[in-house]
Write a protein that binds this ligand. Structure first.
Ligand code: ZN
Length: 209
């Protein structure tokens, strides 16, 4: 195969407007001729930025799961729920489809995203040449799934269930909800900072330039 990457050919595209520039191999402090955005072959400090955001997400996912995400008050007293206790409550009260949705959106998806992004970062840092196509596909899924893990899914599901049970006086978001929302946003930015072209750089290098 004689495929040449744009970077090897000294070409780089503006990340803002897409205009392709011929820059040679040492492109630093260059601005786009059309829109003025700064040009770079790969997202600058991609790995370091992704790691920083990812570590912050790892730290915050602990309070997100241990602190109450919701405090509800009724005539019969008040109750605080963590994500997991909410899932268990939904399950035991017979709303098992809601329990499954909340579990996937609030527990399975966020943890899988952190795991997948960690794997991508480690594999790129180790200059792995294994299954670049599959890893690129994993990244694409990761980006797309970001829109699915949103706190409002959880809140809406719990509220629907609670309203059905009646006798509800007050609902308040707990500190866990803030932590959870932050984890979702941090993970989205971490995935955004990661440059999937890094996956291919080691593979292309191995084939000889
Ligand atoms: Zn531009």
């Amino acid at each position: 195969m004689t495929a040449v990457t744009a970077a090897q050919a000294g070409l780089l595209a503006c990340h803002a407007c897409g205009l392709v520039h011929r820059a040679g191999h040492a492109a630093h402090d260059l601005d786009c001729a059309r829109c003025g955005a700064s040009l770079h072959f790969r997202k600058p400090d991609s790995i370091a930025r992704s790691w920083a955001l990812l570590v912050a997400a790892y730290v915050l996912i602990i309070p997100a799961n241990l602190l109450p995400v919701m405090e509800t008050g009724s005539l019969f007293g008040s109750e605080v729920d963590t994500i997991m206790s909410g899932v268990i409550f939904l399950w035991t009260s017979g709303s098992w489809p809601l329990a499954v949705i909340v579990f996937i959106a609030s527990i399975a998806v966020p943890f899988s995203k952190l795991g997948a992004l960690t794997y991508l970062l480690v594999s790129v840092q180790r200059r792995s040449t294994w299954a670049p196509k599959e890893r690129t596909r994993l990244y694409r899924v990761l980006e797309r799934v970001g829109r699915w893990s949103m706190i409002d899914i959880y809140v809406a599901a719990i509220l629907t269930a609670l309203v059905q049970f009646g006798g509800l006086m007050s609902i308040k978001a707990g500190p866990g909800a803030i932590a959870f929302g932050t984890v979702v946003v941090l993970t989205m930015f971490a995935a955004e900072s990661f440059d999937p072209r890094l996956i291919w750089d080691t593979t292309e290098g191995k084939n000889g330039r």
